[in-house]
Design a binder for this molecule. Structure first.
Ligand code: ADP
Ligand code: RBF
Ligand code: MG
Length: 439
């Protein structure tokens, strides 16, 4: 029964270039455990060896990601020369004490559920290939992550998969290909057809494992941008799961993007390392759940009006962190209203915004930067701004010139204007209260 899974789906049988099944890594790819693990690792090591800085620990922890826990611990001890203070197994136990997972809210990675739902609906066989042990996996699945927002329980995540492979089921962990071989076997894919399995990974170790297994591999890096070179082995690198083009791998094409046929596509020009797409028109993706972000307008980097001629009313990311972690970094549009201060009750304004690191400026901190699509006579710093994020437009990208960045931002604004003029965004009715309060 299991061995026929791959034949059952609707892919053309004989085309070697077409993927017929998908294998997912878990941590950092589908669920956002990385920040939680890093925090435990940093706080554990910090007390053991005072001479290493938090920065160094964090950096080393990033490089060890993707492996099974003990192997990651061995690499970590080597990188930070911890031999004089702790053995790898003991370090693992100490970190493990901090990572019991119960009561911890593990968020989904942005776009993960959309992708899993779509592939399930299209009957594409899916497997999980995680370095986590079965026991640890069960603990993570009991965490409360998704219960509050959409009524789903975290445990549901496992129901998407036709096969689940854990780190303790193989003799060698990633970067060894064994776990992907096991996943293929359980999906009924022959070794010589490995190229027809599409793997999603977030770490360089995971990418190496998938490529050694002969699979096609997409990376959505969980490491910082300056380490993107480490993903060179992947067939494609995306900023987030929202950006993946399944049809490029012979899989069914997403049906939820809407084209704005009055705005022609412009190709970004400065991001050779990341997927570059071509299409005729600009497009947007309505969010499943609109997101409200409210806070005082703060001082930004002082570049918006001066350098680009595009003022952005920055919101403080710190109190909004949990909310914006639900979104992939990128460009969005929606509505804004000013709800306290001199500009209170000036109405509802369309807005297009960047939420991320502004690669052109290589910012170290994330920022939330809504450009309200109307003129204001005066600044409104410190006044309360409430933004309703409704749709995703694209990933943030780099540009070779500031003119190209400006042209791109202006095009984003046209996508927003046209989408709203043409009434292409559904679901605004259910936010009636937001539009009426204080507007
Ligand atoms: P900063 O780097 O401090 O954010 P900007 O040059 O981006 O400076 O200017 C942003 C400020 O300009 C906002 O905080 C707001 O007070 C004001 N502003 C005026 N018009 C607009 C607009 N249409 N959209 C956003 N902010 C505007
Ligand atoms: N910055 C980037 O580096 N890359 C981008 O793709 C990008 N897109 C933007 C899109 C919109 C709609 C807005 C309002 C800003 C964008 N910016 C981008 C951010 C811009 O760099 C930032 O607002 C200025 O640096 C001011 O801080
Ligand atoms: Mg600004």
């Amino acid at each position: 029964m299991q061995s026929r899974l791959c034949e059952q789906n609707n892919m053309r049988e004989n085309d070697e270039n077409e993927c017929c099944c998908v294998i997912f890594d878990l941590d950092g790819t589908l669920i956002n455990t990385e920040a939680i693990v890093d925090e435990a690792v940093v706080s554990t090591i910090k007390t053991m060896k005072k001479s290493v800085s938090e920065r160094e620990i964090f950096d080393a922890a990033e490089d060890c990601r993707g492996q099974r826990p003990l192997e990651a611990s061995v690499e970590l001890c080597e990188k930070l020369s911890l031999h004089d203070v702790v053995k790898p197994a003991e370090l693992l136990t100490k970190c493990g004490e901090k990572l019991q997972w119960d009561g911890i809210d593990i968020p989904d990675m942005p776009g993960a559920v959309r992708l899993l739902e779509f592939l399930k609906r299209k009957k594409v066989p899916m497997a999980l290939a995680t370095s986590t042990s079965r026991k640890e996996l069960e603990k993570k699945m009991k965490s409360t992550g998704r219960t509050s927002d959409d009524g789903n329980h975290r445990g549901d995540l496992l129901s998407y998969f036709d096969a689940i492979c854990c780190g303790d089921e193989v003799a060698k962990g990633k970067p060894d290909p064994e776990i992907f071989h096991l996943a293929m076997e359980r999906l009924g894919v022959k070794r010589e057809d490995a190229g027809r399995c599409l793997v999603f990974e977030d770490t360089p170790h995971g990418v190496s494992a998938a490529k050694s297994a002969g699979c096609c591999c997409v990376a959505v890096p969980s490491l910082r941008r300056e380490k993107f070179d480490m993903y060179k082995g992947a067939d494609r690198v995306y900023h987030s799961l929202m950006d993946i083009e399944l049809e490029d791998f012979g899989l069914p094409k997403f049906e939820d993007w809407k084209e704005v046929k009055t705005v022609e596509f412009v190709k970004e020009d400065g991001d050779a390392s990341l997927s570059s797409q071509t299409r005729k028109y600009e497009r947007f993706l309505k969010l499943d759940a609109f997101l409200e972000l409210t806070g005082p307008v703060i001082r930004g980097f002082g570049r918006g009006s001066k350098m680009l001629g595009i003022p952005t009313a920055n919101l403080d990311v710190v109190p909004l962190k949990q909310q914006i972690d639900k979104l992939a970094p990128g460009i969005y549009f929606g509505f804004a209203k000013i709800s306290s201060g001199k500009h209170k009750s000036t109405g509802i304004h369309r807005t297009v915004m960047s939420i991320g690191y502004n690669p052109f400026f290589n910012d170290k901190r994330k920022s939330i930067e809504p450009w309200l699509l109307r003129e204001f006579e005066e600044d409104f710093y410190d006044e309360t701004l409430s933004v309703l994020v409704c749709a995703y437009v694209r990933a943030e990208c780099n540009f070779t010139t500031v003119e190209n960045l400006i042209e791109r931002i202006r095009k984003d604004a046209r996508v927003c204007e046209e989408a709203l003029d043409l009434d292409l965004v559904e679901g605004l009715d259910s936010w009636k209260h937001w539009f009426e309060d204080d507007a």
